[in-house]
Design a protein around this ligand. Structure first.
Ligand code: FE2
Length: 408
């Protein structure tokens, strides 16, 4: 995070003896990135934060990854996953279904209606996009309400849980990094302030508003951490002697925050602007962009939909959230769809979309895009929702059946 925050009680000087009103010692913990050499916060706990009185295996949901082979662009219908399960039995930690992944990032999806267990991701930061619904994410830093259109960035190792009100259903798209996620460096000054050309700024970011304290003993925390297996991810459950929500105060530049997609100010131009103007966050070896309702290109001969492009170094994953995505018209893409355009495969508008876009002044689309430098493999949820025919959407008259192309 680029700027300093302070909540609750902290001592006048860091690393000095600190006690509560009753005279009990408060235990200082530094949570910091890159080995004391990047952003950090100091947290003051009522209990020793190292305590653990038990550990057992957490069998993660299916982490199988299947190469996109033979190579094809794909259309995945994520809403099929939500409608196939009862959200009242699904929570945002154990109920995630793996859509795609590689060694840098995993994309998962779930419709949830149940409060999750306490959880921390020991591999990297999480960016979770709220497609629909409301929830409260309770963390060691405080609680953050989230609503439709919010991204929440949760720093690595932050213990938290997703609280869902009874009867509510929340649709969540999870982007789990094996690194840290933050604003693109080119948006920031050398000291970390958002620059004038950035499409959002500090005012649009919302952290917790007060500390969150809870009591408890023998408290379970689900932990995702580095290990073996197809994604290099394994799970454990720690039993803590006391509740980890015992932070009376903290300060620093590392903490969870939300940003709503509606607060992103799209950059538009006389001719078509490339995807980097839509970038919102970045992690190691991947970027997150968003496409918002906006006025489009105003040259008298402008073609508002994208030109065909081979982004030769990236796999591109678009998650279509709202509106009509002009360039994909006629492809079967709809709200809740994902398109995967693998690196090196030229992609662009479906037939007829260019003609239909000329003269259009405004797009009403909303989409979240992840571009990765390493190839993406399909998770079990990606395999289960593949429509199997997206690749034929640029070539009317041809169908992909029985493992081969045929003229229809
Ligand atoms: Fe693209």
């Amino acid at each position: 995070m680029p700027y300093y925050q302070q909540l609750g009680s902290v001592p006048k000087h860091r690393h000095t003896l600190f006690k509560d009103e009753s005279g009990a010692i408060l235990y200082e913990e530094l949570m910091g990135e890159e080995g004391f050499s990047s952003d950090s916060s100091l947290l003051y706990h009522r209990h020793i934060p190292s305590g653990v009185i038990g550990s057992r295996v957490w069998e993660l949901p299916d982490q199988t990854l299947t190469p996109n082979h033979p190579l094809l662009p794909r259309h995945l219908r994520l809403h099929d996953l939500g409608s196939a399960s009862d959200p009242a039995t699904v929570d945002a930690v154990t109920g995630r279904r793996l859509v795609m992944g590689n060694g840098d990032v995993r994309l998962s999806y779930a419709w949830v209606g149940k409060t999750s267990p306490l959880y921390k991701n020991g591999l990297g930061d999480e960016c979770v996009y709220v497609e629909k619904g409301n929830a409260v994410v309770e963390t060691q830093f405080g609680a953050l309400p989230v609503e439709e259109g919010d991204y929440i960035i949760i720093p690595r190792a932050t213990i938290h849980r997703w609280v869902i009100a009874g009867g509510d259903v929340v649709q969540l798209y999870f982007m789990e990094a094996n690194s840290h996620i933050g604003p693109p460096k080119r948006y920031l000054s050398k000291y970390g302030q958002f620059l004038e050309h950035s499409p959002y700024c500090e005012r649009d970011l919302h952290g917790p508003s007060s500390p969150l304290l809870a009591e408890g003993t023998n408290v379970e925390v689900y932990i995702k951490h580095r290990g073996a297996g197809p994604t290099g991810v394994i799970g454990s459950i720690h039993i803590l002697p006391t509740h980890p929500f015992d932070v009376v105060g903290w300060d620093g530049c590392l903490y969870p925050f939300t940003f709503n997609i509606r607060d992103y100010m799209p950059i538009t131009g006389k001719i078509h602007q490339p995807p980097p103007v839509h970038q919102v966050f970045e992690g190691h070896n991947f970027v997150i962009c968003n496409f918002l309702p906006r006025k489009v290109d105003y040259h008298e001969l402008a073609v508002p939909v994208p030109y065909y492009h081979s982004n030769v170094d990236s796999d591109e994953v678009m998650f279509y959230v709202a509106g009509d995505y002009e360039a994909r018209k006629g492809s079967g893409i709809n709200k809740g769809s994902i398109s995967l355009h693998p690196g090196g495969h030229p992609h662009g508008p479906q037939p007829g979309a260019i003609e239909a876009s000329v003269g259009v002044e405004r797009f009403d689309e909303t989409a979240v895009m992840v571009d990765t430098f390493l190839p993406l493999h399909l998770g079990e949820a990606g395999m289960a929702t593949d429509d199997g025919k997206y690749a034929e959407s640029w070539t009317p008259g041809h169908e992909w059946t029985g493992g081969k192309w045929s003229n229809s």
